[in-house]
Design a protein. Sequence first.
Length: 111
Amino acid sequence: MNQTIEAGQNLVHANPDIAQNTANAMQTGGTWGMIIYCLFIVVILYLFMIRPNKKRMAEYQKMIDSIKVGNRILAAGIYGTVKKVNEKTVDVEIAKGVVVEISKNAIANVE
């Protein structure tokens, strides 16, 4: 085994131009391969994570914007009926005569 290593080292020392060209070719191929690999990962992340999340957020925002007085909602595990819609909050009656103010972002579902 030592003879093989020595023979390889002798070949590199005998022809330094070949060793340099081989090293340059490996670096260039490795760089382009890494760039393509990174682009592939970004595309996969976009298709499986970012795009579906944007779609879900758009649907959620549409649901929040559609809240009207009289809708039954679920917020923080509590069901209630919408009594008043403000810009960022909603007044919800959770029991007869009990009205609480809830952030629109806390609403999980509109029925």
